[in-house]
Design a protein around this ligand. Structure first.
Ligand code: KG4
Ligand code: ZN
Length: 357
């Protein structure tokens, strides 16, 4: 079964074709991230206009995989969809309304014109299915249940219990800022600009001798609320530290690198420790990591080393870097395993779609 999946929740415009939930037939991503840089954050109006500009060419390119390039001039996109696609999946939320609307209305139109079933998808839940996909099936066959799944993106930090590839239960999430937001806000404070997680990672990697370990808070690690997260206190501590560095003329490249290192340590400590608490509590047989922040190399390494130290020899799954950040391949995988077709008339962009299932 081939699903044509469309993603447009934020500043990425993506289309993919996924076979039987696991094999990526094609995947195309266009991003407007660079256009937001000078504003210090995503400008919804710009993101929506770029979605509009990129949506059809992105879908066209994803479908090109079926175009034999023959001299058959009658090979239209509609014909390719009719012949090769069994269903259309689309992100309906959570996300920015202007961006979501472009993908949702495009998918509805395709379903309307071709008569294909339309599957609405929750973007945050779909992230975890990036672990199931690849050019030859990702890790799907190797995932053992029950699994603990941590989704860490720009807007969400959520823990789930997966008892099968279909059954999910929300265990906890962030009470305020998401981990990705903490990375992004720190990057802005330190002058790295938008899309800051990668910049923090790179600045931290240049530090050979960490000078300020454990100087920032590890929020909610001792909390009774053991499976929830909170990153706003950390953000305030970072702001205070940056102000202090500026007023004492210590805002040097080395000091910025040292602070980046400690910020990355603080965030990753919390993410790893809480996930392991959940894994022990629910006797998990594997751990799944996903979302944009799962591209962080230190986080990936810390999961491996902490599991070893905790003598918890359960498999740890994390998608390849290019499948961590937003794309449409995992939207297609989620639709296959967990989606239900809905009449296109009843599919609506839902910016505040709940992630608590
Ligand atoms: O999942 P995603 O692409 O979009 C949302 O659904 O939000 O996640 C984007 C987030 C941003 O906060 C970005 O800074 C973060 O993922 N990110 C990283 C890294 N790569 C992306 N954070 C830390 N280290 C990285 N290497
Ligand atoms: Zn995302």
């Amino acid at each position: 079964m081939n699903i044509l999946a469309i993603e447009s929740s934020c500043d990425e415009t993506a289309a993919a074709i996924v076979e039987n939930g696991v094999r990526i037939v094609s995947s195309v991503v266009a991003s407007s991230a660079a256009m937001h840089e000078k504003y210090g954050g995503i400008v919804p109006e710009i993101a929506a206009r770029e979605q509009l500009r990129c949506m059809m060419p992105t879908i066209e390119e994803a479908l090109r995989v079926f175009d034999s390039g023959s001299a058959d001039h009658k090979t239209t996109e509609r014909r390719l969809i009719s012949q090769h696609i069994d269903a259309v999946a689309v992100t309906i939320g959570p996300g920015l309304i202007g961006s979501l609307l472009i993908g949702v209305e495009t998918a509805k139109t395709i379903a309307f014109v071709t008569g294909k079933p339309l599957i609405p998808v929750n973007h945050v839940l779909a992230h975890m299915y990036a672990n199931c996909i690849g050019s030859n099936g990702g890790d799907f066959e190797r995932i053992k249940f029950p699994a603990i799944s941590l989704v860490v993106s720009g807007g969400h930090t959520e823990l789930y219990l997966m008892t099968s590839e279909k059954e999910l239960r929300w265990l906890g999430g962030t009470l305020d800022d998401a981990a990705g937001e903490a990375f992004d806000k720190t990057a802005r404070l330190l002058g790295f600009g938008h899309g800051g997680g990668v910049a923090i990672q790179e600045a931290a990697a240049r530090i050979k001798t960490p000078a300020r370990t454990q100087t920032l808070p590890r929020p909610m690690l001792d909390s009774m609320n053991e499976l929830n997260f909170s990153f706003s206190g950390l953000k305030t501590a970072i702001l205070r530290e940056v102000n202090r560095m500026k007023t004492t003329t210590q805002f040097t490249a080395d000091a910025i690198g040292q602070l980046s290192y400690e910020v990355q340590e603080a965030i990753t400590d919390v993410l790893v420790k809480k996930t392991i608490i959940a894994a022990k509590k629910y006797d998990a047989q594997s751990i799944l990591l996903s979302g944009g922040v799962s591209a962080n190399l230190r986080l990936r390494e810390k999961f491996h080393s902490t599991l070893q130290k905790a003598d918890l020899s359960i498999p740890f799954h994390v998608p390849p870097i290019e499948l961590c950040t937003d794309n449409a391949a995992y939207i297609g995988s989620y639709a296959f395993f967990r989606g239900t077709p809905v009449d296109w008339r009843n599919v609506t962009a839902t910016p505040d779609l709940s992630v608590e299932v």
